[in-house]
Design a protein around this ligand. Structure first.
Ligand SMILES: [Zn+2]
Length: 303
């Protein structure tokens, strides 16, 4: 253990569980804990307690990266910076989640969406290394995407909501109305784990690989990936999450995305090498918490 290496805290704040870690990089995680997401007060107090304990064990943290479920306000100049925006999750609307960390630690707190954090983790140590524009998409209980564009994370007005884009749906083939509480049949409403369970009456993990659910799933995901390819011109698209990480789904998504693009983007990686254009995360299911550490690292002066 080198004392001159800054030590970082990372929080992956999910809708059902929080993962907190202290370390410097993937092969140097000094401590990790996970606990269920309850009320904002209780959940953030647990995070504070964990980091206080680790500071006693390993010394002071240089900064904390907090990659959280959204929607949220990541703009440091905004009055509601560090707050969760209106969300269906009970008790979390307008919760100030960065405040308790700020009060407890006199160090920079870098706050961003879970998917932006995961994108940054993949850029730092995973499949985004060496790229300057790419997307990290997660398809699980919900659907969301983070974008790294021209060398930095994209925020824009608030932050991208890639899970809520509208897709073309054949109601004869798929009469399911969708599961999004805001839009019904948006991308998330059609493809999330929740949508799969509502449409087919059982969890995706119980559906065999040849079930028609997966052709439909691949069709929708491919539409979305074609849309992102046209709008952001990513050099790569990384797909993770419980549904997005399914091995049997990836080749179908790759092929259908290429079909939707239909040679309109004349790039060899799409025309001849789609396996390297649409990929699974390099960090597996650690993208989230490592992404939070990568966010923390952004607070260093050289970044
Ligand atoms: Zn939606």
């Amino acid at each position: 253990m080198k004392n001159n290496t800054p030590l970082f805290g990372g929080i992956e704040g999910g809708g059902t569980k929080f993962v907190c870690a202290v370390g410097t990089r993937p092969d140097d995680i000094r401590a990790e804990t996970r606990f269920p997401t309850t009320s904002p007060e209780e959940t953030m107090a647990q995070a504070v307690d964990f980091f206080k304990q680790q500071e006693r064990n390993f010394g002071e943290l240089a900064s904390i990266g907090f990659a959280c479920f959204g929607p949220l306000d990541p703009n440091p100049t905004s009055a509601t910076y560090g707050h969760i925006l209106p969300t269906p999750k009970p008790g979390w609307t307008n919760a100030d989640v960065v405040g308790p960390l700020r009060s407890a630690f006199g160090i920079p707190i870098i706050f961003d969406t879970d998917v932006n954090g995961a994108a940054l983790g993949e850029w730092r140590w995973g499949k985004g290394q060496g790229l300057n524009t790419f997307i990290y998409l997660t398809i699980g209980t919900g659907v969301g995407g983070g974008a790294y564009v021209e060398g930095k994370l994209l925020h824009g007005l608030i932050h991208p909501e890639m899970g809520h884009i509208l897709l073309r749906r054949d109601k004869n083939k798929d009469p399911f109305d969708g599961a999004c509480p805001f839009h019904g049949d948006c991308f998330e409403g059609l493809t999330s784990g929740v949508a799969i369970e509502k449409r087919w009456g059982q969890r995706g993990s119980n559906l065999p690989e040849d079930h028609p659910a997966w052709e439909l799933e691949a069709e929708y995901i491919a539409q979305a990936l074609a849309d992102y390819s046209f709008t952001l011109s990513p050099q790569r698209i990384i797909i993770g999450g419980g549904v997005g990480s399914l091995e049997h789904l990836l080749p179908r998504v790759q092929q259908k995305t290429r079909d939707f693009i239909n040679r309109y983007i004349q790039s060899p990686v799409i025309l001849e090498d789609i396996e390297n254009y649409i990929v699974h995360p390099g960090l597996g299911n650690l993208s989230g918490v490592l992404g939070a550490l990568a966010l923390a690292e952004q607070a260093l002066p050289e970044n």
